[in-house]
Design a binder for this molecule. Structure first.
Ligand SMILES: O=c1ccn([C@@H]2O[C@H](COP(=O)(O)O)[C@@H](O)[C@H]2O)c(=O)[nH]1
Length: 240
């Protein structure tokens, strides 16, 4: 049971070098699903993906593409050759870019004779508050409604799922159905520092809200004992 839960926790490798990433991967062998984001990919490129695959890990490549349709399609065609499990694009890239990205992923994967990653859209970054969305970004909708509209746009464009805060997961699940993947960062065990996460929830509440996967980084990776921190989260989730 703990193993099943462990497979639903994605830990980000938000570290500056491949050596730091490998040290972390080997420090927590229980983690089955790792996320490679901008910091690490810009630093070391796709070789870290090979390192993860050699260790039979699942990989979430979180590059958050946001560009015109032709450019995101090219990036997706290339990313499809890596054989990763999940890939991100911002929903705000718009409908033509989302559709082009999904189509290019299928084409790229077919040419590389590999399975395409599931393409999931960022709805509203979990670091944004209701106030920032309204006052800085001038979005005239309430945040949950805006996030839902971004989720629906992703679904209508043929994407496999979304990234959203656990606060929006329940309504996403109700509206988008059981097959749509919901991946939630902004997850903090009780008592953890929230840092730059503005719409955070506990792992148990996030799972109960309908998330398929939780992304939990600093509460694990900066803990004195990362392995123990990961195990404690799994144990709490199993007993909830
Ligand atoms: O809306 C989003 C989209 C992606 N992220 C990423 O998730 C992790 C969260 O790390 P923590 O240390 O648990 O805060 C990080 O890699 C972000 O790039 C997100 O937080 N919110």
């Amino acid at each position: 049971m703990t193993t099943e839960i462990a497979q639903r926790i994605i830990v980000p490798l938000d570290v500056p070098s491949e050596a730091d990433a490998i040290a972390l991967i080997d420090q927590i062998p229980q983690v089955q699903f790792w996320k490679v984001g901008l910091e690490l990919f810009v630093s070391c490129g796709p070789s870290i993906l090979e390192q993860l695959k050699q260790r039979q890990k699942k990989v979430f490549l979180d590059l958050k593409f946001h560009d015109i349709p032709n450019t995101v399609a090219g990036a997706c065609r290339s990313a499809a050759t890596y054989g990763v499990d999940l890939l991100t694009i911002h929903a705000t890239a718009g409908r033509p870019a989302l559709s082009a990205a999904q189509q290019a992923l299928q084409e790229g994967a077919q040419s590389a004779q590999t399975a395409p990653p599931k393409l999931i859209a960022i709805t509203v970054l979990t670091s944004l508050s209701l106030r920032e969305l309204a006052l800085d970004l001038k979005i005239p909708l309430e945040l949950p409604e805006y996030a839902l509209q971004m989720g629906l746009l992703a679904q209508e464009s043929g994407l496999n799922g979304i990234v959203c805060s656990p606060h929006e997961a329940e309504q996403m699940r109700q509206v988008c159905g059981d097959e749509f993947l919901i991946v939630c960062p902004g997850v903090r065990p009780p008592g953890s520092v929230t840092g730059d996460q503005k719409r955070a929830m506990t792992p148990t509440a996030a799972m109960q809200a309908g998330a398929n996967y939780l992304v939990i980084g600093r509460p694990i990776t900066t803990a004195t004992d990362p392995q123990q921190a990961f195990q404690q989260i799994c144990t709490d989730l199993v007993s909830a």
